[in-house]
Design a protein around this ligand. Structure first.
Ligand code: 1GP
Length: 250
């Protein structure tokens, strides 16, 4: 059943075209700073704050961050875990993802099975998502043992996205890796848009409005910006990104 947060996201995309999420890495951001960044991002017009990180193992800190953000923002806080330690009872929802092109079954289904009872116990809305790492994939490529799909092979990415659709996943996240120098190419996004009619998230290496508009025009419903928000001087670029992708319908 589609939950409240997913309905909200679908509504925002159908009203606004491509929407933006801010990602806060719970390992790199102190709790007080996280709340400030989230509040700034909300003012810039992002529609949700993702909290996660490929090496996020401190669940207590993660929970503190989620609570701090919830205190001062109105937009939903959605967990973006890389492991069972990425679950907090105080978030609004969780991107319940499977790293489809991992070589290690742990990241495809075992961590999900271990975490499932906790998600149920906390009453978190689970958003079913296929997570696909393209290229080297930065930290998550390494931690998640991803067999990164060559960036010049859109057909291979499409195979995974179709498989996600046929398995009932309503979201697909195309990940280039946090802080990488080039985002997922428009040729890959266009190809996926062609075969996948669910919600398409794209993240990794989106550093300015030019990148963001390219990704949005190619067909992303949601773009994710993380690393940019770790540098105060670069933060103003966020509002340009949010404004830039608004009303773009890929
Ligand atoms: C990482 O896709 C996200 O999982 C965001 O990437 O940190 O490069 O913005 P950046």
């Amino acid at each position: 059943m589609i939950g409240r947060i997913e309905r909200y996201l679908r509504r925002e995309v159908s009203r606004n075209g491509t929407i933006s999420f801010a990602l806060i890495d719970s390992e790199n951001t102190p709790a007080e700073e996280a709340a400030r960044v989230a509040s700034y991002a909300e003012k810039c017009g992002v529609k949700s704050i993702l909290v996660g990180g490929s090496t996020a193992i401190d669940q207590l800190e993660l929970d503190k961050i989620v609570k701090n953000i919830k205190k001062i923002t109105k937009i939903p806080v959605i967990l973006f875990p890389s492991n069972v330690t990425g679950i907090s009872p105080n978030a609004d929802a969780i991107l319940f993802g499977s790293l489809l092109n991992s070589e290690n079954p742990y990241f495809i289904i075992e961590a999900q099975a271990l975490g499932a009872l906790m998600v149920r116990k906390y009453g978190l809305e689970a958003i079913p998502m296929g997570y696909i790492v393209i290229g080297e994939g930065g930290a998550i490529g390494f931690i998640g043992r991803a067999r990164g799909i060559p960036p010049y092979k859109p057909d291979l990415v499409a195979m995974y996205a179709l498989a996600a659709k046929y398995m009932g996943m309503r979201f697909v996240y195309l990940e280039a890796g946090s802080g990488v120098t080039s985002h997922v190419s428009s040729s890959i996004i266009t190809k996926i848009r062609d075969v996948f009619d669910g919600m398409l998230i794209v993240g990794g290496g989106i550093r300015d409005s030019k990148d963001a508009i390219e990704v949005a025009r190619a067909g992303a419903d949601i773009i994710v910006v993380g690393t940019l928000l770790e540098n105060k001087e670069l933060m103003p670029k966020l509002s340009e990104i949010v404004e830039g992708v608004k009303n773009v319908r890929g």
